[in-house]
Design a protein around this ligand. Structure first.
Ligand code: SF4
Length: 257
């Protein structure tokens, strides 16, 4: 993927009216949040189809192709959300695929969810900080995800640009006082020196008081990290942030979707 492709063409970001907005949707369902700092909460997932990244351990590979899912008018998706929204739902999770690939749709749907009195949550790979900045005002809870090199999310030549965007997203969320939490997926192939460098970069931008958590998420059934390696990642963060947690994907353990 080229840097140009990651940044997306300018004409795609022109303002469209609500009636013009189309959503390429993979699925909508309600389950128990299985990842991150808000795991265990009853959550509606709005999975947008299409992702410009290609993490080798991706567990929603069916939602990666840009022509996957089905295209609906935003108003139709709002009806689907209203039908699916259960009592006591803690948040609506805009996920993917990559939600920022359809940032105008996310803004439109997030406004609708908030009008219904439910919190909005963005589950993004933070690959495009300009789009992130546009969506953020409509999001109540946000996670900033950092991809380690072994995830193979982008080609080597684009890795520095991805990291730059991730760090910019972190700064934007902190400046907006969103108190984001940070998540990094680690495998047994994740380089501890690269990981330590990332931690230093993160805490050059963040401080313990303006983040809501730091989650180390081990890969599941693919190159799983052994305990000694998890300790090494944990130990790299602890001097900066003692509330670090290692949290596996809960939904896979309890057999939820
Ligand atoms: S960014 Fe997310 S959806 Fe895209 S390939 Fe990686 S894990 Fe899959």
């Amino acid at each position: 993927m080229t840097e140009r492709a990651m940044q997306q063409p300018e004409e795609q970001s022109r303002k469209r009216s609500a009636t013009e907005i189309m959503v390429r949707l993979s699925e909508i369902f309600t389950s128990i949040e299985g990842e991150g700092a808000f795991f265990g909460t009853k959550t509606m997932f709005v999975r947008l189809a299409g992702c410009p990244l290609k993490c080798h351990w991706c567990d929603t590979s069916y939602a990666i192709p840009m022509d996957s899912g089905n295209v609906h008018a935003a108003d139709k998706v709002k009806e689907m959300i209203s039908r699916e929204l259960q009592e006591n739902t803690f948040k609506v999770n805009f996920t993917g695929g990559e939600p920022l690939a359809q940032h105008e749709a996310v803004i439109e749907l997030a406004k609708f969810v908030r009008e219904k009195g439910t919190k909005t949550y963005l589950e993004s790979a933070c690959y495009d900080s300009r789009r992130f900045a546009k969506v953020l005002p409509h999001i109540d809870i946000c996670k900033i995800e950092f991809k380690m090199r072994d995830a193979k999310a982008v080609d080597d030549s684009n890795y520095d640009n991805l990291r730059k965007n991730e760090l910019e997203c972190l700064k934007i969320a902190i400046d907006a006082e969103k108190k984001p939490y940070i998540k990094v997926v680690v495998s047994n192939s994740t380089d501890i020196h690269d990981f330590s460098d990332l931690v230093k970069q993160i805490f050059a931008v963040a401080s313990p008081r303006n983040i809501a958590g730091f989650i180390i998420q081990p890969t599941h059934k693919i190159d799983e990290p052994v305990l000694e390696r998890l300790f090494a990642f944990y130990d790299a963060i602890y001097p900066f942030y003692s509330e670090v947690r290692v949290i596996p994907q809960l939904h896979k353990i309890i057999g939820a979707r």
